[in-house]
Ligand binder design. Structure first.
Ligand code: GLA
Length: 732
């Protein structure tokens, strides 16, 4: 970090290993953005341009200077009310009923270490690993004060941004829009990469040119959603996986969000990311402070692979917490696709016995073990064990399962309630509902008002009660609908529900991990409907998608890999015909695809052939052998499965000595041309040996021409090739 002043100006320069971010406080006290990109020195004030531009107004403080306009200048915190007509970061409704704010520089503080955010997830780091810059701004008319927070993690090329808004004035104000990060580029012609989807088909990669007019992604569902992921990339037109400039913005929040990218009238690009401003009108009383959740920023001039690797390390090592942050994840068998709601204690124990024989570590009892829950129409909210269905107590079942050497995990959906439940009959007002209107049901359920502490407290008590009944080592935290009726019986203002609900979820999860630090929590929202950097602060893995079809998963996991490390991607081998698509894929292929994730099974071993059972044992052995590479290695996308015939990806150890290449043939044709897949990131001029064949290869050739993928008969064959570095220098 470098802070220095000249004449009437003050420059803040944030340096990471390969990037520089610079801002300037000018003579009027405006905080202007100057530069973000490849590492550089000096000041970039020269990039600013001034011209007398029609219909771009001038703040009064500049006097007769008609060339100074907030409508054209790059800014750190663009506000509605200063003459900037582009999309703002902040909109405030003042206590006198007027809109507008005008934040000017007041001071700063820089320190070692990374700031934390009260009640919110945030990137964390050791004192020596990070720096914090706080910049204080003030609107002297309303007395609203802003603290802009910048976290710098130099080694990772990561910068984080957040802001605190304090009403230090008189009377109630309303925050109508609050976005954490704004990136203003004075030039550039970018592509926007975003990730759209739907239930069971999340995070599809989409690359479109940034055009005049705003491109908006977001969620108004109260969760980060299946439909758009709160992560976006701006890339130069020519940027590829391996070369070129690109920027990532990832929102560390699990509720509604808005991401906007606009090419403005002067061909400047503005990218904003933060809270959704729809149904958001957050009241701040005198003295109250609002915290805008954090955005993680990263820049790479070496293409998208490096950008993803920066985000992977940040999420894996600086957002995920607890013993499973680095600890090996258990290979689990989940009961859902094996038996859905149709099970009892005996059948679960049988599943456990079969799993144990195959070398699986853990059995997870999914939905259906509590209240009155034999289908998805009733019982949510009643977190007491249905001993009649199990035929025994939960404690006894777990003991039996532990007795055969298996760990035990359990499914919950704490935020939801069925109208047909004891809880709803007792506390109908605890559900989110709009007065005098019938609620919108989804999966025949409603949501509990997690913006109310008493509701969170009660459910927390119920869940702990169950968790205390035995040695439960894993929890799957699910949520199976979007929020809709944003009305709280307790909130004094409805504009706060969207945000406070998420805080309630975080509060619950924080208490849960404090009380049960050894439990592995897997997040889930109908698969990957709440798959965001915020959730990873509490749940070090999230079920990636309800779609377990290996071929769809190649694409879903491809999109997911741009923003999220493999260590957080919940992925299982399931039965065929696949339950979501009806597709048939080889057992081996399903194993290869599930190994690009936390790895486990979602099937009934009873339905498998002896050959498939043998394959399971083999797969588990392989997964254990490669687990460190998969969890901590550098990840490369080797092909684009949306456009190419082969889906391929690679894990390589940081010291470049071990490489695992995975390839799935997505199309088979008569007399097919041979597919070659180029490896990436190997040590140059070296020899690597492929383990199974024992064959050696020159690293440069592997990276230049690639490895040959066999053309075998049959749909969707997959290959896994493990290489080790055998010779540091290849002179031959
Ligand atoms: C969601 C999850 C599934 C399963 C079911 C249970 O759809 O994503 O994995 O747990 O709920 O109802």
């Amino acid at each position: 970090m470098n802070i220095y002043s000249n004449e009437q100006k003050l420059f803040f320069t944030l340096h990471t290993k390969h990037t520089t971010y610079q801002m300037m406080v000018d003579e009027y006290g405006f905080l202007l953005h100057l530069y973000y990109g490849r590492k550089t020195s000096g000041t970039m004030e020269y990039l600013l341009s001034f011209a007398d531009r029609g219909f771009s107004g001038n703040p009064s403080c500049v006097g007769a200077d008609r060339t100074y306009s907030m409508d054209a200048l790059p800014q750190e915190l663009p506000c509605q009310g200063t003459g900037d007509y582009r999309s703002p970061s902040i909109v405030i409704l003042n206590s006198d009923g007027s809109y507008g704010c005008d934040f000017r520089y007041k001071g700063y503080l820089s320190r070692k270490g990374k700031y934390a955010l009260k009640k919110l997830p945030a990137v964390y780091a050791d004192e020596e690993e990070a720096e914090t810059l706080e910049i204080y701004l003030e609107d002297t008319v309303s007395n609203v004060q802003v603290t802009l927070l910048y976290g710098v993690l130099p080694e990772l090329d990561i910068i984080t941004r957040s802001a605190q808004i304090t009403n230090a004035g008189f009377g109630k104000i309303y925050l109508e829009k609050a976005q954490a990060a704004c990136l203003d580029f004075v030039n550039g012609d970018f592509d926007l990469i975003s990730f759209y989807g739907r239930h069971a088909m999340e995070r599809n990669f989409q690359r479109t040119p940034v055009v005049h007019g705003a491109q908006v992604i977001g969620s108004r569902r109260g969760t980060s959603s299946h439909q758009y992921n709160p992560m976006l990339i701006l890339a130069d037109k020519e940027t590829t996986e391996d070369a070129g400039s690109c920027y990532a913005m990832s929102f560390v929040f699990s509720g509604s969000f808005k991401g906007e990218v606009e090419w403005d009238q002067y061909n400047q690009t503005r990218a904003l990311l933060g809270l959704s401003d729809e149904l958001f009108s957050y009241p701040l009383l005198e003295g109250e402070t609002f915290i805008i959740p954090e955005v993680v920023l990263s820049y790479s001039r070496d293409g998208l692979a490096k950008l993803s690797q920066n985000l992977h390390k940040c999420i894996r090592n600086h957002l995920c917490r607890g013993s499973y942050q680095t600890g090996r994840r258990p290979v689990l068998l989940n009961s859902w696709e094996a038996s859905y709601f149709d099970f009892n204690g005996e059948s679960i124990f049988q599943l456990a016995k079969d799993a144990a024989e195959l070398g699986i570590d853990m059995i997870v009892m999914d939905d259906g073990w509590f209240g009155k829950r034999d289908d998805d129409n009733s019982g949510l909210g009643d977190w007491y064990v249905n001993e009649d269905k199990l035929g025994e107590s939960l404690g006894a079942l777990i003991q039996k399962i532990n007795g055969i050497g298996l760990k035990f995990g359990l499914w919950f959906e704490p935020e939801s309630v069925n109208e047909d439940s004891d809880l709803f009959r007792m506390h109908p007002d605890w559900a989110l509902r709009t007065p005098n209107r019938l609620p919108v049901r989804a999966r025949n359920q409603l949501l509990l008002d997690f913006s109310r502490k008493e509701v969170v407290d009660y459910i927390f008590g119920q869940v702990c009660n169950v968790l205390d009944q035995g040695n439960i080592e894993y929890v799957k935290w699910d949520l199976n609908r979007s929020l809709c009726d944003f009305y709280s019986n307790a909130a004094s203002n409805q504009g706060r529900v969207m945000y406070d609900y998420v805080l309630g979820v975080y509060d619950f999860l924080e208490r849960l991990i404090k009380r049960y630090p050894k439990i592995l929590i897997e997040g889930c929202s109908g698969g990957g409907g709440r798959f965001d950097a915020g959730m990873f602060y509490y749940t070090p893995q999230i079920w990636c998608s309800d779609n377990t079809d290996a071929i769809d998963r190649v694409r879903i996991q491809f999109g997911t890999s741009f923003g999220y490390p493999i260590s957080v991607v919940g992925s299982h081998v399931s039965a065929v015909p696949n339950h979501q698509t009806g597709r048939l894929t080889p057992f081996h292929t399903r194993g290869v695809v599930a190994m690009a994730g936390t790895f486990g099974y979602e099937l009934d071993p009873k339905s498998l052939s002896e050959e498939e059972k043998r394959e399971i044992k083999e797969q588990i052995g392989e997964y254990r052998q490669y687990a460190d590479l998969i969890q901590e290695g550098l990840y490369y996308r080797l092909t684009n499965p949306l456009t190419e015939k082969v889906g391929a990806w690679e894990f390589i150890s940081e010291d470049l000595s071990r490489v695992l290449v995975n390839a799935v043939v997505l199309q088979i044709h008569g007399n097919m041309p041979v597919n070659y897949v180029r490896l990436k990131g190997l040590k140059e001029n070296c020899i690597y040996r492929e383990q199974k064949s024992g064959r050696t290869y020159a690293s440069n050739a592997l990276m230049e021409c690639g490895i040959l993928i066999p053309n075998e008969m049959g749909d969707y064959q997959a290959y896994q090739m493990y290489f080790e570095l055998v010779n540091e220098v290849n002179n031959g």
